[in-house]
Design a protein around this ligand. Structure first.
Ligand SMILES: CC(C)(COP(=O)(O)OP(=O)(O)OC[C@H]1O[C@@H](n2cnc3c(N)ncnc32)[C@H](O)[C@@H]1OP(=O)(O)O)[C@@H](O)C(=O)NCCC(=O)NCCS
Length: 175
């Protein structure tokens, strides 16, 4: 595993004045990551996982929190109150076998949406991937997920129907 990439830690002030810290995830974040997933609405969970899971099974929780910061990067957004952190968003990428491309995913807590956090976190994730030498970022979005498709359009991703799965749109951008 690479050392913790502390240069990716940043404090962000959202348009409504609330402050969050964006930082790479750590193994110790398992509890706040699980709480974050449990608290998502059914819709957000379905759009993210394309599944109706209520919480992350243990293997996925380890995989999501024990990342190597090289082939797999995850940035979380956290708020802090009385010394306790709460996760309010997470975005990650996993580098494809070719080393040139990566697949990403993102989810923002329902109560934190429409404040610009999804845009900030995506930009941070794209910058991290670019700096790591990855050239293309791609993902799959459910065709009914208009919020995500609008975000992708704003960030300059192209979108096309997936020939193998009519339910999903493949989004992609050069980094
Ligand atoms: C899609 C998703 C990541 C967007 O996150 P977000 O934090 O709401 O994104 P932003 O706030 O940057 O942008 C969303 C909208 O809020 C608007 N917005 C941004 N700041 C705002 C503000 N201060 N006040 C009002 N609206 C604002 C944006 O213009 C945008 O509007 P639009 O959708 O009409 O174009 C989020 O809805 C989500 O997690 N969905 C569930 C999971 C999911 O679909 N993941 C993708 C799987 S591939």
């Amino acid at each position: 595993m690479q050392p913790y990439p502390s240069h990716l830690v940043q404090r962000v002030t959202l348009e409504d004045g609330s402050q969050v810290t964006l930082r790479p995830i750590r193994p110790e974040d398992a509890e706040i990551e699980q709480a974050f997933v449990r608290n998502l609405s059914d819709e957000a969970r379905y759009f993210r996982f394309m599944d109706t899971l209520r919480e992350l099974p243990p293997n996925l929780l380890s995989q999501f929190t024990q990342v190597d910061y090289e082939k797999h990067m995850a940035l979380i957004a956290v708020t802090e109150r009385d010394g306790r952190q709460t996760e309010v968003a997470v975005a990650r990428y996993v580098v494809d076998d070719d080393g040139r491309q990566c697949e990403f995913a993102i989810v923002v807590a329902d109560g934190w949406q429409r404040k610009g956090l999804g845009s900030e976190l995506m930009r941070a994730l794209m910058a991290a991937a670019r700096a790591a030498g990855v050239r293309v970022m791609h993902g799959n979005v459910l065709a009914g997920n208009q919020k995500m498709l609008r975000l992708m359009h704003r960030l300059g991703f192209t979108a096309r129907h997936d020939e193998n799965d009519p339910r999903t749109i493949r989004v992609e951008t050069m980094l």
